[in-house]
Design a protein around this ligand. Structure first.
Ligand code: NAP
Ligand code: ZN
Ligand code: ZN
Length: 345
């Protein structure tokens, strides 16, 4: 076992604080990774934080420091990433189809979860991690690790539904919410060739939206937006976890179109049947992406030079960053520089 420094919630709802725990020694198929950067996802903040010693973080970017005897995919010095899960059953239909995030038996989430052998998992707000090579991603050489880290969750969470619902040339795509997920959605949909519209609650981020690749930008606080855009979109991806009136957004969809939820509101939201029935519209959800698709997304980002817009912070400022994310005061992802943790005595 190897002693590892990290940051964890030590009691329910408490601020994150220094915490030390053990990582396993690399097994035959394991890769040991020195974590350089870890993104702060809004999901890290949603987590109940009521388990003692939960180390969050699932947007991990680092460098391989050791490999097990049977590892074939990676070598020491490789630039790699780890996303939302570190293992899965590998035998169910979903796993066999590269949809490990929907594993019907056991997905081993990167933190606040259990490995297949039931040992607890600890996330990326830490100095190092040990992961089976089949669940490690390769980060393209031309992408800097700090700006690439958010691709491991925010990037794939938007790439997967964009691909599944065929965003591309001739398609009109709207992204609700220009936050960590939303800004990646704008970049990716634009690079895929779709016409991209941002639906933000105000016009404050309009210049940013255009710079990121949006063709159009509307404020959802303005009722005119819903009149002007009625029946316009092929696909709407909703990244907002705050409560909004989904029915109002269905009216913006054309025939045979879809609204896909990736943001997860806490409360149930009433959905009217008629807006769906009348225009054969679908309401769907989507969760991150499988290993094969995540690698495809990283390679796509490498080819198109796509990374996240980030604000790098030392780990000592993580609680401040959490408060700022909750106030929507982030442009567009906080990323922790793990050198600040290693330097801390
Ligand atoms: P984020 O950076 O905080 O962005 C959320 C955006 O929602 C904000 O930038 C803001 O955009 C909008 N928003 C915030 N408060 C609002 C309000 N009261 N009313 C309307 N809009 C509001 O969060 P994130 O990291 O992108 O995550 C977004 C959600 O996705 C979270 O619920 C997270 O847990 C979930 N998530 C899901 C998956 C998945 O696999 N499905 C993966 C990762 C995260 P504007 O200022 O532009 O309105
Ligand atoms: Zn996430
Ligand atoms: Zn499975």
């Amino acid at each position: 076992m190897s002693k590892t420094k990290g940051y964890a919630a030590l009691t329910a709802k408490a601020p994150l604080a220094p915490y030390s725990f053990e990582r396993r020694e690399p097994r035959d198929h394991d890769v040991a990774i020195d974590i350089k950067f870890c993104g702060i996802c809004h999901s890290d903040i949603h987590q109940a934080r009521n388990e003692w010693g939960e180390v969050p973080g699932h947007e991990i970017a680092g460098v391989v420091t050791a490999v097990g005897g049977k590892v074939t995919r990676y070598k020491v010095g490789d630039k790699v990433g780890v996303g939302c899960f570190v293992d899965s059953c590998r035998t169910c239909a979903e796993c066999k189809n590269g949809l490990e995030q929907y594993c019907s038996v056991h997905t081993a989430w990167t933190y606040n979860g259990r490995e297949i052998d039931e040992t607890p998992t600890y996330g990326g707000y830490s100095e190092k991690i040990v992961v089976d090579e089949n669940y490690v991603l390769r980060i393209p050489e031309n992408l800097p690790l700090d700006k690439a880290a958010p691709l491991l969750c925010a990037g794939i969470t938007l790439y997967s539904p964009l691909k599944h619902w065929n965003a591309g040339p001739g398609k009109k795509v709207a992204i609700i919410g220009l936050g960590g997920l939303g800004h990646m959605g704008v970049k990716l949909a634009h690079a895929l060739g779709a016409e991209v519209t941002v639906l933000s609650h105000s016009l404050k981020k309009k210049d940013d939206g255009k710079r990121l690749g949006a063709d159009r930008f509307y404020a959802t606080s303005d009722p005119e937006t819903f009149t002007q855009l009625a029946g316009y979109f092929d696909l709407i991806i909703n990244t907002v976890s705050a409560e909004i009136d989904w029915n109002q957004y269905f009216a913006l969809l054309k025939l045979d179109s879809a609204m896909v939820l990736v943001g997860v509101p806490e409360k149930k939201i009433p959905v009217g049947a008629m807006p769906l029935v009348a225009r054969r519209r679908s309401l769907a959800g989507s969760s991150i992406g499988g290993i094969k698709e995540t690698q495809e997304m990283l390679d796509f980002c490498g080819k198109h030079g796509i990374t996240s817009d980030i604000e790098v912070i030392p780990i000592q400022k993580v609680n401040e960053a959490y408060e700022r994310v909750q106030k929507s005061d982030v442009r567009y992802r906080f990323v922790i520089d793990m050198a600040s943790l290693k330097a801390q005595s």
